[in-house]
Design a protein around this ligand. Structure first.
Ligand code: ADP
Length: 635
């Protein structure tokens, strides 16, 4: 080994913070380090297997893939050894020290200070290797990449730096030696370690082996001398999804879920199916309980773990489920796809398309079954992932109706505790002569609930769906109708279309006659800001509200597009006024033109505020209002 071959390098900043945390704060649930290291080893073996598919020479004599775990109570070490893909010198430097992992910063942000919860977060953020330092004060990694002759040693005490040097290793793979801290000696005990492996790694498909302690026979000299121990698998080591459902316990399903998802919580539900016939595949799909931190990141991890004939092919194969089901985790094992299948190939493959359709249906069925059989469980699913599912009707036209049945909305029906209903429930409760399903969209629930646009409907006892998710307007415009009933935005179009009864229509005609001169005066003042002004009976307690035409974008959608930096064409809303309201009566009688103008502007500004939008010129609004307040107190 040459001197140049030994390098001392500093950890990348975030890695350093993470290490500090591992070493100084995470004491509870320390055993998870073993789960993380075994999981890495098993991934490395999957990658080796996969590499051999394209180049059989890379097998390099390895046929029995395994992870070995060996404890040494005398030297206080535990060694985890695999015959997986190994790492080159550059990879070691990148992977174990210098590359800022996308998840690390997010991980740091989510820390709660609660040690138990925090340590459970570790695995989820892909920072598994560093968990070694929860129990070790020195870690030595010797690794050799498949296809390369040179091995590399990485060593660190988990503080600021690590050293890299050339090393020797007979075969490809990775050996990690943890020198245990004095308070972590339990992990040098074979029995303790065995039970941890059973607990976390039973479902891992490679054998995790420990040396079988030779039973001491009195007078047996050979035992004293030692010798090559016999390695025995500690875990079940059979790919879980290949076993039959009846043989698999819920604990095993949950354990496997945690392995593939890096989630620390149980899954909410799962569906395990072996399909035979024209296409042959096995799928095991899970619905998580918690949303991953990157659920809303455009580049967030999603997709299934893909296997072909039980050989691991790739993580995050995203072609098998639509975007709006991106929260689903699981495994797909196909018998038909070629072993050398690539991401590009997956994109235009007929079989992939068929499997995707079948899996989509399977997930939607799993959800509808849950919604009808376990409504409370479904409610919690909806709280977590409802907003994602709402992308469905726009993305997947063919399953529009199925998805529509899964949607849940808040409603004017009953508010404490906030009840959410399905469209089916809405339709069942509709009045006989009601033609449409009414909804109102606003920035948040309270604004929707108090929206002036639904005052008259409320008084008539017509139920209105209260929408306040960002995707809601988009969703509704793609749904269009449900069960033959039009979905109507209460803030769009004219009141007559929005289901006024005969009585209301008559009242409206009278209001129109009575308010001609008032409207003309108001138009003189407000014409630059509104497309028109008309009387309405949709309001009962508010003086005014804004509406847009049926085909135009609503206020909520407009705000979202603007926030996303989109140039929006300028459109003016229509101002609708409640001529029965005392303020409008007062306005009608106002002789002073200046004060008339101030009052009219304030009315319009308030209508803008009531729909949850912000004023272009709030200072002028405040000034006008204050002027009136002063006049009032002077009077
Ligand atoms: P994660 O496994 O979530 O990516 P880790 O910090 O545990 O995060 O590991 C970082 C990277 O180091 C892995 O992605 C892998 O490329 C590499 N690595 C870790 N352990 C091994 C191993 N036993 N064999 C080969 N590569 C490994």
């Amino acid at each position: 080994m040459t001197a140049e071959a030994t390098q001392t390098m500093g950890f990348q900043t975030e890695a350093k913070r993470l290490l500090h945390l591992m070493i100084h704060s995470l004491y509870s649930n320390r055993e998870i380090f073993l789960r993380e290291l075994i999981s890495n080893a098993s991934d490395a073996i999957d990658k080796h297997r996969f590499a051999v598919i394209s180049d059989p020479n890379l097998a390099q004599g390895v046929s029995d893939y395994r992870v070995r775990v060996e404890t040494d109570s005398e030297n206080q070490t535990i060694v985890i050894d695999d015959n997986g893909i190994g790492m080159s010198r550059d990879e070691v430097i990148d992977n174990l020290g210098t590359i800022a992992k996308s998840g690390t910063a997010a991980f740091m942000e989510q820390l709660t200070g609660d040690q138990k919860a925090d340590s459970q977060l570790i695995g989820q953020f892909g920072v598994g290797f560093y968990s070694s330092f929860i129990v070790a004060d020195r870690v030595v990694v010797v690794t050799r990449k498949v296809g390369e002759a040179q091995a590399t040693q990485w060593e660190s005490a988990g503080e600021d730096e690590f050293t890299i040097s050339d090393a020797e290793r007979d075969a490809p793979g990775t050996t990690i030696t943890l020198h245990l801290k004095s308070d972590a000696e339990e992990f040098a005990d074979a029995w303790r370690v065995r039970s941890v492996i059973k607990k976390y790694s039973d479902h891992i498909s490679v054998p995790v082996m420990m040396p079988e302690a030779p039973v001491p026979v009195e007078g047996d000299a050979e035992v004293e001398q030692g010798g090559e121990p016999e390695w025995k698998a500690v875990n079940e080591a059979k790919a879980l999804w290949t076993r039959s459902r009846s043989e698999i316990s819920d604990e095993e399903y949950q354990g496997f879920y945690k392995h593939i998802s890096h989630d620390f919580e149980d899954a909410l539900s799962w569906s395990h199916n072996a399909v035979e016939g024209k296409l042959e595949y096995t799928s095991l799909l899970y619905l998580p309980k918690r949303a991953p931190f990157d659920l809303w990141h455009r580049e967030g991890a999603r997709g299934l773990k893909l296997y072909v004939q039980r050989t691991f092919i790739m993580d995050e194969a995203e072609q098998f489920l639509p975007m709006y089901l991106r929260f689903v985790k699981g495994v797909l094992d196909s018998n038909d796809l070629p072993l050398n299948v690539s991401r590009e190939l997956l994109q235009q493959n007929q079989q992939v398309e068929s499997i995707r359709n079948a899996l989509t249906k399977r997930v939607l069925d799993m959800l509808s079954k849950m919604a009808s059989k376990q409504p409370e469980v479904y409610d919690s699913f909806w709280d977590t992932f409802g907003a994602v599912l709402k992308e469905g009707p726009a993305e997947d036209f063919s399953n529009r109706e199925k998805i529509a049945d899964l949607l849940r909305f808040a409603t004017t029906r009953d508010d404490e505790p906030r009840q959410r209903i399905s469209l089916k429930q809405y339709v069942e409760a509709m009045k006989d002569d009601q033609q449409a399903i009414y909804y109102v969209v606003a920035e948040n629930h309270a604004t929707a609930k108090n929206s002036p646009h639904i005052e008259a409907l409320r008084r008539q006892g017509v139920e209105v769906l209260l929408l306040s998710d960002r995707v809601d307007e988009w969703l509704m415009s793609h749904l269009g109708e449900y069960d033959g009933k039009t979905l109507r935005d209460c803030a769009k179009g004219e009141w007559e279309d929005a289901g006024a009864d005969e009585e209301a229509k008559k009242a409206l005609e009278e209001a129109e006659k009575a308010s001609e001169s008032l409207i003309e005066r108001m138009q003189g003042v407000l014409s630059g800001r509104v497309a028109g002004i008309r009387p309405t009976v949709r309001l009962t307690s508010s003086p005014a509200c804004l509406t847009v035409a049926e085909h135009e974008m609503g206020a909520q959608m407009r705000r979202i597009m603007e926030a996303a930096g989109q140039e929006m064409p300028e459109t003016k809303p229509t101002m609708e006024i409640n001529v029965e309201h005392p303020l409008l009566k007062r306005l009608d009688q106002e002789a002073d033109e200046d004060r008339f103008s101030d009052l009219a502007q304030i009315l319009l500004d308030q209508a803008v505020l009531a729909e949850g939008s912000s004023l272009d010129d709030p200072a002028t609004y405040v000034a006008r209002l204050n002027k009136l307040l002063v006049e009032m107190s002077d009077a």
